[in-house]
Unconditional design. Structure first.
Length: 221
């Protein structure tokens, strides 16, 4: 469950499901993810749609808890920031919103597996690569510290929930120690500054599937 960054992993989820013989149900809403925090939106209608999706998502989890092995979540760090209440901070609001929403699952015995958000790319990543002739260079890459600068709160929320949650970090598949390349294995990683290409998402399936399997195995009684 998640926003468009979750939806960008659809091709990976499909490949994982076929390899592992799993059923993976995917629910996504643009600019909206599984949190009790209110997210900023350009219109009231957009806010209402997002809040409605969150209610439907948590109701679905509650109604299907007996069928679920886990709830896998991810979300963008750069879109639809949360509304911070007086007396709180952005990071505190992000983490608390995740924890409260995830407890819809964990309180019913369903663990949560949170996937760290993908890094961002340059604003002009596609145009930059289109100007190249022959083999690509690193001119369109993004420095690691900039690509991963945003806070998604997943690791911190997993820590709060302890044994009922697990954290999956795919950063090593996106980045080196210094940069997050625009092209990996001959494949364009991003179709815009924040969204993965479907082709690159598919290449993540083996590693992501292995890490989801390891997370599930570590949660087994």
């Amino acid at each position: 469950m998640g926003d468009s960054h979750n939806n960008a992993l659809m091709t990976a989820y499909r490949a994982i499901a076929e390899r592992e013989h799993w059923r993976i149900d995917v629910a996504g809403h643009i600019g909206c993810y599984l949190t009790t925090a209110v997210q900023e939106a350009p219109t009231q209608g957009y806010t209402d749609s997002c809040q409605g999706w969150k209610r439907a998502a948590t109701a679905w989890i509650a109604g299907h808890a007996d069928e679920l092995d886990a709830v896998v979540v991810t979300h963008a760090t750069t879109k639809s920031p949360v509304v911070v209440p007086t007396g709180s901070t952005n990071d505190e609001t992000v983490v608390q919103g995740l924890v409260d929403a995830w407890r819809t699952a964990t309180d019913r015995g369903v663990p949560v597996i949170a996937i760290r958000d993908n890094p961002i790319a340059r604003d002009d990543v596609v145009a930059c690569l289109a100007q190249m002739q022959g083999p690509t260079t690193g001119d369109c890459d993004m420095p690691r510290e900039q690509a991963l600068a945003a806070f998604d709160g997943n690791e911190e929320a997993v820590r709060v929930l302890g044994d009922s949650a697990r954290y999956v970090d795919m950063t090593d598949r996106y980045c080196t120690a210094t940069v997050c390349p625009a092209v990996i294995g001959g494949v364009l990683t991003h179709r815009d500054p924040t969204h993965l290409t479907a082709t690159f998402a598919t290449t993540l399936a083996p590693a992501l599937g292995d890490r989801l399997r390891a997370a599930l195995d570590s949660l087994a009684p």
